[in-house]
Design a protein around this ligand. Structure first.
Ligand SMILES: [Zn+2]
Length: 136
């Protein structure tokens, strides 16, 4: 199979597509460079998507939160654990890891939420919740 330069992988967490890297194949586990989610590559026809190998688990959200901060070079403060507990509570009540500080449980507010992915931390010094902080 030829890997074309314009191939993209759809991430079900941030609902965006990122570039398929040379050498990747079906079943490989990769990190979404947009939201930090761990994904197992899956092909259907010409489309690539990623499964969430540990969907809904505490391990998944803790890894995603840490990976996203690592990717963006953001830091945490001592509120981190409380906010992660809030994410776990949202998952128990609403079926996924929605922002603990927002009332709407929609895909845009799955952590890291769309405003965060769109530059809120860079602009405001922190995300809406104060989970992710700009490094000073
Ligand atoms: Zn993603």
């Amino acid at each position: 199979m030829t890997v074309h330069e314009n191939m993209r992988v759809y991430c079900p967490v941030c609902q965006a597509k990122f570039r398929f890297a040379p050498g990747w194949k079906e079943g490989d586990v990769v990190i979404c460079p947009i939201c930090g989610q761990k994904l197992r590559l899956k092909r259907s026809g010409d489309e690539w998507t990623g499964d969430r190998p540990e969907k809904g688990t505490e391990k998944e959200i803790r890894e995603r939160v840490d990976e996203y901060a690592r990717l963006k070079v953001f830091v945490f403060n001592d509120m981190k654990e409380e906010l992660v507990q809030g994410l776990l509570a949202k998952n128990r009540r609403f079926g996924d890891f929605y922002c603990p500080c927002r009332m709407e449980h929609v895909p845009e507010f799955m952590c890291p939420c769309k405003p965060t992915r769109g530059g809120d931390v860079e602009r405001n010094g922190k995300c809406y919740c104060g989970l992710y902080w700009k490094k000073v």
